[in-house]
Design a protein around this ligand. Structure first.
Ligand code: RP5
Length: 170
């Protein structure tokens, strides 16, 4: 089985710090990626070409991160039947409310999986891609199991730490 990979698409190079969160999650699950800059508004032809060629490039999903009036995820979803995961970014004066609405409010028939605004959404995009890939990849499925267990253990640890602080009078 070829190793899984996804496309991580940013609307601008200024989105890189957000995309790093996505890459962090993808690396955790052993999922490869290509990181691409293309803009729905500034380079519409390049964006459409990328969407049309995405399935042929072997991606399992496309992750789109964009701020302001974020049409990137929707534009990509218009040109591919791959699952498109959209991350609205809080890079504008409206703190991502604009991008959230533009990413989530897709018309019937052209879905985008719209995630949380900002870095939590960017990280979760990698986790959601892993969940999609895990449907047909047992290695990724088993890494997801470990991930969930570590997440749960971190809550137990936080609970114990808070109790300890209270006992110590902090
Ligand atoms: C969006 O506009 C990009 O995704 C970015 O979040 C925002 C600002 O882009 P720059 O003006 O910094 O290139 O399209």
């Amino acid at each position: 089985m070829p190793s899984p990979k996804v496309a991580v698409v940013m609307g601008s190079s200024s989105d890189l710090d957000y995309a790093r969160e996505t890459l962090k999650a993808l690396e955790l699950f052993g999922i490869g990626f290509d990181l691409v800059v293309t803009s729905a508004h500034r380079s519409p032809a390049r964006t459409a070409d990328f969407a049309r060629s995405a399935a042929g490039q072997g991606y399992s999903a496309v992750i789109a991160l964009a701020g302001y009036s974020a049409h990137l995820a929707g534009s990509l979803a218009a040109g591919t039947n791959l699952p498109v995961i959209g991350v609205p970014l809080d890079s504008s004066p409206l703190a991502g409310v604009d991008a959230l609405l533009a990413t989530a409010q897709m018309p019937r028939g052209v879905p985008v999986a719209a995630l949380a605004v900002g870095k939590a959404g960017a990280y979760n995009a990698g986790v959601l891609a892993a969940r999609i890939i895990a449907l047909s990849d047992s290695d990724v499925a088993s890494r997801l199991e470990d991930f969930s267990q570590r997440l749960e253990a971190s809550v137990d640890k936080a609970d114990a730490e808070v109790a300890e602080k209270l006992r110590a009078g902090e």
